[in-house]
Design a binder for this molecule. Structure first.
Ligand code: KIV
Length: 271
């Protein structure tokens, strides 16, 4: 394999160019080989191996319990399935906060063991040292501000963040800090649209919104929510593009009926 062919079509540099020319960036999560293959072949720009895997893959209430080993397993499956999209991996809770050496070790493990392109960390000023140390190793970093689910026990609610002026001003400062430090993009989750638009105009790196309105440089959704696999989650910002829950339930129900009646397998379906 040549050096060129190991570099994906979508790079962090290309995302900056997209922001500069006003081309919106599409991003979706994936956690396994088969899903990543579909999402990549459809032409998505960025695949996020989100720690939302804790919820939609492992069935946990929050993203807090997922481990680095679990994230590495998911990320390895995704990188095998996707050729074109930039692949970003969430650093899980407890692998980067308050300890920049641990942060670098965790990020290096992700990069070496998964062949992903970048990592994502939640938070601003409080994790800046970790962000800086990871960046010094040449590992691209995506930031994540607003509703940062790893801090759910601090917030106590999944409601919209930064509605009050003090929190909004801190978010703007944090966005500048992450951008100045050298992050290549920042996710803005569940904040007022006007605030997301302001941040997008003020910083030179792309902003990717989820529940942050149409003024960001790109959008991200959790794939299970967007294709209707996860029916129990219906926030206002979610647009469902399919109802795979219904499609799969119908398929499984008909299969059970066919097995019970002896209709499956028929003569053509045997050797
Ligand atoms: O883990 C995740 O899926 C995320 C997105 C919601 C941005 O962080």
């Amino acid at each position: 394999m040549s050096v060129e062919s190991t570099v994906r079509a979508v790079t962090t540099y290309r995302l900056t160019e997209m922001k500069q020319r006003g081309e919106k960036i599409s991003m979706l999560t994936s956690y396994d080989y088969s899903m990543a293959k579909i999402v990549d072949a459809a032409g998505i720009d960025v695949i996020l191996v989100g720690d939302s895997a804790a919820n939609v893959m492992a069935g946990y209430e929050t993203t807090v319990p997922i481990t680095l080993d679990m994230m590495i397993y998911h990320a390895r499956s995704v990188t095998r399935g996707a050729q074109r999209a930039l692949i970003v991996v969430d650093m899980p809770f407890g692998t980067y906060q308050g300890n920049s050496k641990l942060a670098l070790d965790s990020a290096v493990r992700i990069m070496k063991e998964t062949e992903a392109d970048a990592v994502k960390l939640e938070g601003g000023e409080e994790i800046l040292e970790s962000v800086q140390r990871i960046l010094t190793a040449g590992i691209p970093v995506m930031g994540h501000l607003g509703l940062t689910p790893q801090s759910i026990h601090k917030f106590g609610t999944y409601n919209v963040r930064a509605k009050e002026e003090a929190e909004a001003e801190k978010l703007v400062r944090d966005a500048h800090l992450l951008s100045d430090a050298g992050c290549f993009a920042v996710v803005l989750e569940k904040i007022p649209a006007a605030l997301a638009t302001r941040v997008t105009k003020e910083i030179p790196i792309p902003t990717i919104g989820i529940g942050a309105g149409g003024g960001t440089d790109g959008q991200v959704l959790v794939i299970h929510d967007m294709v209707g696999l996860n029916k129990g989650f219906s926030p206002r910002f979610l647009r469902r593009y399919a109802d795979l829950h219904e499609v799969m339930t119908d398929a499984v129900t008909r299969y059970i009926a066919d097995v019970k009646s002896g209709d499956f397998p028929n003569e053509k379906e045997q050797y």
